[in-house]
Design a protein around this ligand. Structure first.
Ligand SMILES: Nc1ncnc2c1ncn2[C@@H]1O[C@H](COP(=O)(O)OP(=O)(O)OP(=O)(O)O)[C@@H](O)[C@H]1O
Ligand SMILES: [Mg+2]
Length: 171
């Protein structure tokens, strides 16, 4: 489903990715482990087209995404969910507004459809019925960590990426 083929990336002469090959198959969980600064986040960003490699191919569902234009890249990114580090939420928005943020931004769905999808996504991560709460009302890191998964579920992404998943997700 996702293949990085001989990826090279340098920043200002500093080589970060030196011929990286990764194959992530559908239904599998792929874990990148490495010391701080070794290039894990750069690898994830390369996968979703936020960083363009100096050389190599990024194949997503059979398509080399390094050749896509800006518009096509945005479409391709819809396949990906990105889980926020430390369950980051917008403090000024309700849980429902946080979860539906990408949906509302896409402007493709009616209010009723968005509400249904939010309800479904929260239920999927075991947090049904909390859409009207504010993030500060949630009980502890665990809830917000699970909640960070909901936006990804909400858009039914075929692939979710995360840097440093919170402990409740790791377990
Ligand atoms: N946009 C950028 N411009 C310049 N250097 C960058 C950029 N992005 C990453 N780097 C450098 O690339 C190297 C790898 O960074 P990266 O963020 O991928 O590390 P990491 O493995 O995710 O580390 P951590 O475990 O701390 O999150 C670092 O030396 C970093 O400073
Ligand atoms: Mg990182």
């Amino acid at each position: 489903m996702i293949r990085l083929v001989d990826i090279h990336k340098s920043f200002r002469g500093q080589k970060v990715l030196d011929g990286v090959n990764i194959h992530c198959r559908k239904g599998e969980i792929t874990v990148l482990i490495g010391r701080s600064g070794s290039g894990k986040s750069v690898t994830l960003k390369t996968m979703i087209g936020l960083v363009s490699p100096d050389a190599g191919k990024v194949i997503v569902d059979g398509e080399d995404t390094t050749t896509l234009d800006r518009y096509q890249l945005n479409e391709m990114r819809r396949k990906f969910g990105m889980l926020f580090q430390d369950g980051a939420l917008f403090d000024s928005m309700t849980v429902g507004e946080n979860v539906s943020f990408p949906l509302r931004e896409a402007r493709r769905y009616s209010k009723t459809e968005v509400a249904d999808m939010v309800r479904e996504a929260l239920a999927e991560v075991g947090l049904h019925g909390i859409e009207h709460k504010m993030p500060s009302e949630l009980s502890g890191a665990c809830a917000s960590a699970w909640l960070s998964r909901a936006p990804s579920c909400c858009r039914r992404r075929s692939c979710s990426t995360t840097s440093r998943p919170p402990a409740s997700i790791r377990s």
